[in-house]
Every structure is written in C-alpha cells, then in structure tokens.
Design a protein around this ligand. Structure first.
Ligand SMILES: Nc1ncnc2c1ncn2[C@@H]1O[C@H](COP(=O)(O)OP(=O)(O)OP(=O)(O)O)[C@@H](O)[C@H]1O
Ligand SMILES: [Mg+2]
Length: 507
C-alpha cells in the first residue's frame, strides 16, 4: 500500500499535461510534502511521476481584501468570528515529469483527472525513474525529502564532462572531496579511473595524510612540479608564448627540433636551448633577442627542469588520485602554465592509450578557461577547450569547479553535460547556467538561490531528471582550509614590514 498524500484539484490553469495542483492531506499532523519532492499518481497513460515545484496555503475566508478589512476594523480578528482556521489548506503545485510503466519512461502528454489520489513514491521506482545506479554508483548524498541515496552512475557522469557551480562557501570543494572518496573506494570490478586534481588552495592535501586514503593518494607541491625542458615541443612553446611573431615561431620551432635531434635521447635544460639560439648564425639578431628573453622568462618561473617531475604517466593510475597543490604558486600565469602542460600531456598520453581513463578536476576553473576579456591571455584555455570538445572520445573527463559561472568559458561549460549546482544568488550566473543546461526549469533556478550549504541540484546526463540532493558527510579528513582571520592579518603585517625593510635596503 502506498500512502496517499493528497488529491488533484481543478484550478484555472489545470490540471494540464505540464502542471497540476493538489490539496495536501494534513491529517497525520506532519506535512507530508515539501518543495522539490517527487510524487506519483495514476493517469490515463499509466503511472505519472511529478516533482512538487511549489507549495502554498489557501483560505477562502481571506480571499477578499475588503471583507477581511471590514471585519477586522470592528476590532475582532476574523478567526475569532468564524472557524476560519479550519478552512486553511495546503496546496502543492507539481510538474509532471514522465510516465513510468514496467521500467519504461515516456513523456507525459495527458493531464491527470481532478480527484486523482496523489501518493508517496516508492524509493525503488524513484531510483529507476531518476536513472540512479544503486549497485555501483558514486554515492554523493540522498535525494532531498526521500530516503533514497543519490548514487550516480560513473559512466553516465564521466562519459562526458561535469561541472560543480556555486558561490563561495556553498560546499563545492566538500562535494568534490566526497566524489574523490567514492572514486578511491571503487574496486576493480566496478571500474576505476585515475583522478588528477588541481588544488588551488591546498584543500585536498588531507587525503595524503588520511589513513584510509593515503596509500591511494599522491600529493605533489606546485613548487616541486617541473616541466622537462627536453619535452618542450614547438607546439607547446607556441602555446606558452602565444604572442610570438611568425618569424620568431619559425626560428624557435627549428631550434627545438634541432636540439632534440642533436641530443638524441639525452635531457637538456632551458639554458641549453637559449645557448642554441644564441649560437645560431642564421637567426636575425632582433629575433634572437626576443627568443632569448622569452626563454629566460620561462626560466624565471622556476617551473622548468631538465625532465618532468613527476613523470605525468605516474600521476594516473586506476583507483588512485594525484593532488597537485598549486597554492604555493602565486602567479596566475605560472598556474596556467602548469595546468597547460599537465592537461596537454594527459590528453596526449590518453589518446595514445599510454594512461588509463582519467578525470581531471579543475578548481577555480574560471581562471583557467575564462570567458570575456581575460580569455585571450589564458594560456590554458585552448587545451581545456580541446579536452572539453574531444575528451569523451578518449575517456578524458573534466570536472570544472567555479564560483563565477559567468566568467567560465561558454564552450567549455556547455560541454559539461552534468552540472551539480549549489547555492547561487547572482542572477547573471543563474541565467548563464540556465542557458547552458537543458531541463533546468525556472522554478529550479529560483530555488537555487535559497539552497543551504551542502544542498545541490544535479542536472543533465548523469540523471534522467534534475534532482535535489543533500550531500552526504565526508569520510576523509577535512584539511584546515585557509587560515583564521587574525593569523592572516598578522601575516600580512609581517609581510608588509618585510617589504618595507626590503625597499629601504635598496635606497
Ligand atoms: N555537505 C556538507 N556537509 C557539511 N558541511 C559542509 C558541507 N558542504 C560544505 N560544508 C562546509 O561548508 C564550508 C564551505 O564549504 P566548501 O569549502 O566546500 O565551499 P566552496 O563552495 O568550495 O567555497 P569556495 O568557492 O570558497 O572554494 C566548509 O567549512 C565545509 O566544511
Ligand atoms: Mg572550494
């Protein structure tokens, strides 16, 4: 027996195939229905499943402004004169999602009749209807107002790309940690991918200390990460130095090919490349000057060594995670260089099947694939866009995380076929997300601004219908993020004193 929770009523607009209202049974004392809950009912087409888009109260005693005012002017409340409280009803508004018969889902094309019983939905039906993977799915939380765990099918989630979007403090990184746990906890039979995380704030390094996860986690500090100069191909050089002229490109391209050939397998440094440029007699002196200065600019970043450290192929193993903590790289350009190199190499190696399928998690993605004015200067934008467009053919998935969706490249964002959206109040951001996602109805977009920390909407490829989820508690150690305000203030003072001292010693 399924519990009845209400009855479909007639209203000026319905019931129709796209929306209906129902009066909620309140006899049991508790309110059995909440916004965003799923419900089911019978219709001519079979079992109709709907989502509660809103709930409101009504009372016919208070329908007319003039009568309420007239009675109350006499100094008595309406509720003291009439049994008005008994006439208060709770009404749910719902949007039919689909018809579910014998495991088949079809679009709802016919309205339910007024008088139809509205029922609680059984969890197994809901799970099937939403397309969750009860056996092997990634368990990120529970469906809001239901007892059903949200277990997202890894294939559906990572076959294409995903994004996590919300304003600061809404719980994006917490959710990402929950996902990392799920990916690390998988066994071989259920399928494993390698995960590489660009950790901009050093928030994920706790995995490296956590007893349960440390054997499957590798933490690499940004300062220890090195790009092997011997791996500097012409195309990578052009990517890192996009403003070179045609002649400059031709010459450095030739030099890079020559040195590679001459050294036949041996490693070499950026200064070796600069020496080659300096000694080459056919390069015009003005070109030479520019190239040498560009190479020494690369050298000053401290990001280059003779060989890659760590070798990129060592970062990706099934069921393991590599956390690249770039919080110690302060310049955005250096961060972008690191991400560019790593992403290019991962994608290239994956295309050649040298590494297993992977998930590349990019925190602060709007800094690496920006939209708007900053797009031209973002070194990492071309490669992330390319993975966004072509990655799925090679099982290279992206997880783009951002607190400013509107600043995130539209092409990349629209390739994120699953979006997990948490609290967002900025209407421009909401609009941007709404435009790049199918199935996000206006009532869902409205709800997004009232979500609390740890509440999320999952929309897109990973689920059949948008669902509202409460993110589960994490199992791993939460790394103390950032520093307390007083400490940060003190550090700033110390640093500015230091700066002043430095400046004085110059004079
Ligand atoms: N599901 C959750 N359950 C319990 N606490 C949570 C949950 N999600 C987030 N929090 C807490 O809320 C705080 C902010 O979360 P988090 O750091 O994940 O936000 P964020 O969206 O990544 O913010 P930012 O954009 O600044 O990086 C953290 O202290 C975290 O512990
Ligand atoms: Mg965060």
């Amino acid at each position: 027996m399924t519990e009845q929770i209400g009855t479909v009523i007639s209203t000026p607009d319905g019931p129709s195939a796209s929306q209906f209202s129902f009066v909620i049974d309140e006899d049991s004392g508790d309110i059995p229905v909440r916004q965003n809950q799923f419900i089911m009912l019978g219709s001519e087409e079979g079992r109709l499943i709907a989502r509660v888009s809103d709930i409101y109260k009504t009372n016919r005693y208070f329908d007319r402004a003039e009568s309420v005012r007239e009675y109350e002017r006499k100094g008595k409340k309406l509720t003291e004169i009439f049994p008005a409280e008994r006439w208060e009803y709770l009404v749910g508004e719902a949007r039919p999602l689909g018809v579910y018969n014998d495991g088949q889902i079809r679009r709802a094309t016919f309205p339910p009749s007024p008088g139809t019983e509205v029922k609680m939905i059984k969890e197994d039906i809901l799970s099937d209807f939403l397309g969750l993977d009860n056996e092997d799915g990634l368990h990120i939380g529970t469906v809001g107002h239901h007892e059903l765990p949200v277990k997202l099918s890894m294939t559906r989630l990572l076959q294409k790309h995903m994004s996590i979007l919300a304003l600061s403090g809404a719980g994006k990184s917490y959710l990402t940690s929950v996902m990392i746990e799920e990916l690390l906890d998988r066994d071989e039979d259920s399928g494993q991918v390698g995960t590489v995380i660009i950790d901009t704030h050093g928030e994920y390094i706790g995995f490296g200390d956590d007893e349960k996860y440390r054997s499957r986690t590798r933490v690499v500090r940004g300062k220890d990460f090195k790009i092997g100069a011997s791996n500097l191909t012409p195309s990578l050089f052009f990517n890192l130095k996009p403003n070179l002229s045609g002649a400059q490109r031709r010459e450095i391209g030739r030099i890079l090919r020559e040195i590679k050939k001459d050294k036949s397998g041996e490693t070499y440094s950026l200064s070796d490349i600069a020496d080659y440029v300096a000694k080459d007699e056919s390069i015009k002196s003005s070109t030479k000057e520019v190239l040498i200065s560009e190479i020494s600019q690369l050298e000053r970043t401290g990001l280059f060594g003779v060989a890659d450290n760590p070798p990129v192929e060592d970062l990706v193993s099934p069921g393991e995670a590599a956390i690249i903590d770039i919080s110690d790289l302060t310049s955005l350009e250096e961060r972008q260089m690191l991400v560019t190199y790593l992403a290019r190499k991962l994608f290239f190696k994956r295309q050649n099947s040298e590494i297993p399928p992977f998930l590349f998690v990019l925190e602060e993605a709007h800094n690496f694939v920006p939209e708007g004015k900053k797009r031209r200067n973002a070194l990492s934008r071309p490669v992330i866009q390319r993975i966004a467009r072509e990655g799925r053919k090679f099982h290279s998935s992206l997880c783009l995380i951002s607190q400013r969706p509107i600043k995130l490249d539209t092409t990349a964002l629209s390739q994120c076929n699953t979006k997990i959206i948490m609290r967002i109040t900025n209407p421009y951001d909401q609009d941007h997300i709404g435009k790049s996602s199918e199935g996000l109805t206006s009532d869902v977009l409205e709800t997004i601004s009232s979500l609390r920390v740890g509440e999320a909407f999952v929309v897109g490829e990973a689920v059949n219908y948008p669902l509202f989820a409460q993110i589960r508690e994490r199992k791993s150690k939460e790394n103390e993020r950032g520093m307390p305000l007083e400490e940060a203030a003190k550090q700033y003072m110390d640093e500015s004193e230091q700066r002043e001292e430095d400046a004085e010693s110059f004079m």
